[in-house]
Design a protein around this ligand. Structure first.
Ligand SMILES: C[S@@+](CC[C@H](N)C(=O)[O-])C[C@H]1O[C@@H](n2cnc3c(N)ncnc32)[C@H](O)[C@@H]1O
Length: 255
């Protein structure tokens, strides 16, 4: 993990859940969409890699009630510290690379039936190696879900932030190609979540650099961007936008 990414999440960890819970229903809907996409069942051995504070993992566990604890993997100690102590959640301090390379062993008895990576793949430089390594840890019912934003997003960021995001974000099709190259049956689909957030709250989110792309800007650049945002939305006390997510899945082929 780069120093900038490590610092970003160390700084954000204690307020992460508050910053991202602008709509509690959204978290519930999202975790259901992930359960559906992987057709998860309670007997699956599940790992959430780059789980962060477990904001979505918790909702998934409440819905699915898995028989075994979900393995919650993240390389940022401060994020993982926010994971509530629960028999349903098993924390593991490691990066996707650590796990995929075997540098950190899988602490579960058997292989994994389901791997979720929600909004963490863009932090992984060696995506090919990680996808291949994680694929080798799957059972014969195994499947992987990579949830990621597309390169063009409708979040009401300022122009420079959109441009930088486009430069940094990998393409969902690129991830699907890596899953296919690892031998999985890969596909990409899109889900749209309608977001409603108070303008004042969104300004606070921008000021807190709630997305890692906002760390790409100096204090003065961010202030100028927020001013641009305020001007653009001066007549809207409530901001509405469609949050489109790519759900990239890979399934172990039968036989
Ligand atoms: C945007 S947060 C997403 C957290 C959680 N999945 C969610 O949706 O709320 C990205 C997470 O990826 C983690 N991360 C950064 N580099 C990583 C890596 N190389 N392998 C796995 N996770 C990583 C960060 O520590 C952070 O918790």
């Amino acid at each position: 993990m780069s120093e900038q990414t490590a610092q970003h999440y160390a700084r954000l960890a204690s307020t992460y859940d508050e910053l991202w819970t602008y709509d509690p229903d959204h978290i519930r809907q999202f975790s259901r969409a992930m359960i559906d996409a992987l057709r998860l069942i309670p007997s699956d051995a599940i790992a959430d890699i780059g789980c962060g504070t477990g904001l979505y993992t918790r909702a998934l566990c409440e819905d699915l009630r898995p028989a075994r604890p979900v393995l919650c993997v993240d390389p940022t100690p401060a994020m993982l510290d926010q994971l509530p102590a629960s028999p349903g959640l098993r924390p593991l301090l490691a990066s996707a690379e650590d796990l995929a390379s075997g540098h950190v062993g899988l602490p579960t008895a058997g292989p994994l039936d389901a791997v979720i990576m929600k909004e963490s793949i863009h932090h992984v430089p060696d995506r090919r190696g990680v996808v291949a390594g994680l694929t080798s840890m799957l059972s014969r019912h195994g499947r992987i879900l990579v949830v990621m934003l597309p390169t063009t997003i409708s979040h009401p960021l300022f122009r420079a932030a959109h441009d930088r995001f486009e430069e940094l974000q990998p393409e969902p099709d690129e991830i699907a190609d890596l899953l296919a190259a690892a031998g999985l049956r890969a596909s990409v689909s899109y889900r749209t979540f309608h977001v409603t957030v108070d303008r004042a709250r969104y300004v606070h989110m921008l000021e807190s650099r709630y997305m890692s792309v906002l760390d790409e800007f100096s204090e003065s650049e961010l202030a100028a961007g927020i001013e641009q945002f305020r001007r653009a939305y001066r007549d809207d006390p409530v901001i509405r936008f469609d949050d489109h997510f790519a759900f990239v899945t890979g399934w172990v082929r039968p036989g």
